[in-house]
Design a protein around this ligand. Structure first.
Ligand code: SF4
Length: 508
């Protein structure tokens, strides 16, 4: 019989905050391995099972024993409080297995079951202190040299992270929290809100809201998690809250927002964004840098005659060949553009020359690519201003993954807009919208028809809603069709609810 190792994070300790999979794994297991205090916390679930519990610093022998039991064919649950992959047993189990020559394909099966870590359970009790970038730092210097820990505290403090300090103090280690406070106070105000949470969601739960300057006047022990706010964290009515930054663009008390959806992504509405800062920095650099440092870089851009225009003139082709040169590369892509790749010391000059040749230049990679038809060589021109507007606003925008927005000028949709991530088809003076298509692969499929007859005045706003949500909520490298499937609703359109297409004559 094949054994199996579950490495289970069971959360803060109360059964209500344990995941269903964590309970199932414990129930399925023949043997439970854990630190004695943790075993006591799940006692109700392990009746009749073999239990191997050891003391606090015996993690390695626990891991070795658990592996031995699984190799004998037993199902073994190694339990950790919080999350097994965050200061828990997951890493150690893999390390011990690898030492023994374990391979994923042939060795015993391992399943890591995530749990709610202290940073999340304590944050929930305090209010919403980790709404922005945050990190965890363990002050235990049993396995990590103190100078490394001190550097991490300093870096996190300087970078304005919300910080959750784990293992802040024990009977023997009393100075680490004092030293941590000293480092933090060199970067943050003594008034910075601090939450101290002891035994979250357990019987002896105790919560204190204090400040960085006064936190050491309170009881901090082995079971306390210390959450230090960032420079914008505030306290309201006993709650510790870190703003995400919505107030920069939104009026939180008003139902009507000063910036419309599509306006929120404009550079002038994001003066703090890297792209804008970089242009200012570049401008300053241009003024002071003499002589300019020359370094070679790889320039890769998408070149086409235009968003709508599909015809290169012979002169443009000759200009393109001259600009790219014999060492450069021009590749024709399935997306109807030429990919130009050049190793160069002067990328800005090359882009400028391409633009001067009347060509359209766009970035490649994980950006928004606008793919329009040629509108019957410009004869069916009514919808052209809308695709140009979409291109101006979203073309080349950085996104979690390449997003293809297909735009066709009539119901023939002969440029295949309905198969793109977002497909827009102009028909009878309005727009039909398709979401979540997939152009390639064995499971290629058209997008889901989510709306017909979107008014021209509304189409840019509608697309902005979809793209803004994908940009803000998509995972890195998550394709749009997967995102639509995961979120179930994007831009107000529900996944899986295709509307019935109105019958249309060919080309209508
Ligand atoms: S989609 Fe319609 S407008 Fe566009 S090129 Fe094809 S037939 Fe012409």
């Amino acid at each position: 019989m094949a054994g199996k190792l579950f490495v289970v994070g069971f959360g803060p300790g109360s059964v209500d905050h344990m995941t269903k999979r964590a309970r199932e794994a414990i129930e399925e297991s023949d043997v439970i391995v854990g630190y004695k205090t943790y075993v006591d916390l799940v006692m109700d679930l392990i009746d009749g099972k073999e239990v191997i519990s050891t003391g606090m610093t015996e993690e390695v022998s626990r891991a070795q024993e658990a592996i031995k039991q699984a190799e004998r064919g037993k199902k073994v649950a190694v339990i950790s409080s919080g999350d097994a992959g965050l200061y828990g047993m997951a890493g150690l189990i893999y390390e011990v297995l690898i030492e023994k020559g374990w391979e994923k394909e042939t060795g015993i099966e391992v399943e890591i079951i995530p749990g709610i870590s202290a940073i999340h359970s304590c944050a929930a009790l305090l209010g919403a202190p980790i709404m922005h970038d945050s990190c965890t730092i363990s002050l235990s210097d049993h396995l990590t040299p103190w100078n490394v820990i001190a550097k991490r505290i300093e870096a996190a403090a300087a970078a304005d992270f919300v910080i959750a300090l784990y293992n802040p103090k024990s009977g023997r280690r009393t100075q680490q929290i004092v030293e941590a406070q000293r480092i933090l106070l060199t970067y943050r105000s003594p008034d910075t809100p601090v939450g101290l949470v002891k035994s979250a969601y357990r019987e002896r739960q105790h919560i204190v809201l204090t400040s960085l300057g006064e936190m050491l006047e309170h009881d901090i022990g082995m079971l306390t998690t210390v959450i230090i706010g960032n420079s914008s964290t505030f306290v309201h009515d006993g709650l510790m809250i870190t703003p995400r930054g919505y107030e920069r663009k939104y009026k939180l008390s008003s139902a009507v927002q000063p910036l419309k959806l599509h306006e929120r992504l404009r550079p002038e509405a994001e003066p703090w964004a890297l792209t804008n800062m970089r242009s200012l920095a570049e401008e300053a650099y241009e003024k002071v840098a003499a002589p300019k440092k020359q370094t070679t870089e790889r320039l890769e851009v998408a070149v086409s005659p235009g968003v709508v225009n599909k015809t290169f003139t012979p002169k443009q082709m000759m200009d393109l060949a001259r600009i790219v040169g014999e060492q450069g590369m021009i590749t024709y892509t399935a997306d109807h553009y030429l990919k130009v790749t050049v190793e160069t010391e002067r990328p800005d000059d090359i882009v400028r020359e391409l633009l001067e040749a009347g060509l359209t230049v766009a970035p490649t990679g994980n950006v928004c690519v606008i793919k329009a038809c040629d509108f019957c060589e410009g004869e069916k021109k009514d919808a052209i201003p809308y695709v140009e507007q979409l291109h101006k606003q979203f073309g080349g925008m950085d996104l979690p993954k390449e997003l293809r927005l297909g735009f066709n000028g009539c119901g023939m949709a002969c440029y295949g807009a309905v198969h793109e991530d977002i497909g827009i088809v102009y028909r009878k003076g309005a727009f039909d919208l398709f979401l979540g298509g997939k152009t390639v692969g064995r499971n290629a499929h058209p997008g889901q028809l989510v709306a017909e007859g979107i008014r021209p005045d509304d189409i840019v706003e509608t697309i902005a809603r979809i793209i803004v949500q994908y940009k803000e909520e998509g995972y890195a490298n998550e394709r749009f069709h997967k995102f639509f499937e995961r979120k179930k609703e994007v831009g107000g359109f529900a996944y899986g609810q295709t509307i019935k297409a109105e019958p249309a004559a060919c080309g209508e």
